[in-house]
Design a binder for this molecule. Sequence first.
Ligand code: NSS
Length: 431
Amino acid sequence: MAFIQISEAMQPSQDGKEASIRGWIYRKRTAGKMLFIVIRDASGVMQCAVKKDAVDAKGWENAEKALIESSVEVTGLVKKDERAPGGYEMQAKEFSVTQFSEIFPISKDVSTEFLLDVRHLWLRSQKLTNMMKARDFATRHFREFFVKEGFWEVTPPIITRAGCEGGSTLFNVDYFGEPAYLTQSGQLYLEVFITALEKAFILAPSFRAEPSRTVKHLTEYWHLEMEAAYYHNDDSMKFQEEMVSYVCQQMAKNHPELLQFFGRDPADLLAIKAPFDRLEYEDAIKQLQEKGVKKEWGDDFGAEDEKLLTGHLKQPIFITGYPKKIKAFYMKEDPKNPEKVLCADMMAPEGHGEVIGGSERIWELDELMKRMKEEKLEEKDYKWYVDLRRYGSVPHSGFGLGIERFMKWILNLDHIRDAIPFPRVINRCYP
Ligand code: NSS
């Protein structure tokens, strides 16, 4: 008999019919000559009642012997049963074991560090399985939005010579004896792609040798970046708020059960609607000062500041117009104030903080050369990037969104590591 997914076996149309499922033993308890074995597969869990005289001797022996996480196959009659999780139960007729599991090392009271050491086994947990599903749905919805807006998906190199976000967080690569780095952002290459495709986006890993041990920093994260020719910073912000609203709406409408699993009320995300408020950098500094934080013009915001600025909010906000000296070399100067740049960071509500960084780019040759000199960047490493300002340059803008930061917000996770299957942080790159 062909196997069906558990989600399919739990449908009213299956009631009273025979079906075969396969998966892993999730839970098991004995009640006399009955075994209640909950099986999980990618689609859900289902309780199987194995009665001694309803299966053959081998089947009963298998069911008795198989420990949690053994891989098994069960054929039986599907029956509506209010007492079973999900309301349906399978009354087993055949019970076979694909592999008997050894004693599974994960039990109830284990430490967070231990769970990270056995992440390859813990990924089967309902929490991480549901995170991976939610993350996949969210990235599909992001892609839908880009396609709807006429963007091309492109692929940047990961090994590069050009740092994008400053030297301090570059990972070195020994490239056959020549120095190179793991990319911090695909942005500089996206600026190339737009000379061919006008509107382009990337979903690829970025790397930051972040020495910071916080709940929002990974050393390897997935970066969703867009760049568009002729867009000014305001156009880019408008795009960002519409994109984030779209994905929140789609997640709330199409996947409410996944959100609820994480304790996120789908109504919270249904309420996320463009436009988002804009807060000038100076006003953000003022708000922090009023809350007793020692901040001055020119300071950047840390995780604690972002919490103070967004803890009470229900919608994301933009913080705009940062000082030039704390932002990357490629950002365009504000024509109204040469100390500032045309940029905006989107802050997620409820204290989650920055999810997007974006800006208008310097598109004229002289301005770029001047800024690169100020930042002491080696011209030879960026020659190709500078070239773009020699052959038909146009104004353009773009941004980058950290997928894990976004998931942390919408699933209301305490820590960014639970938004990625194998988190890479300062003290861990195993398993
Ligand atoms: O450094 S950013 O603010 N901006 C850039 O990299 C630009 N080059 C993007 C662009 O315009 N194409 O990073 C963008 C986002 C930021 O808002 C976070 O959401 C995320 O990338 N990000 C991170 N996520 C997880 N861990 C770390 N360490 C991290 N750093 C940035």
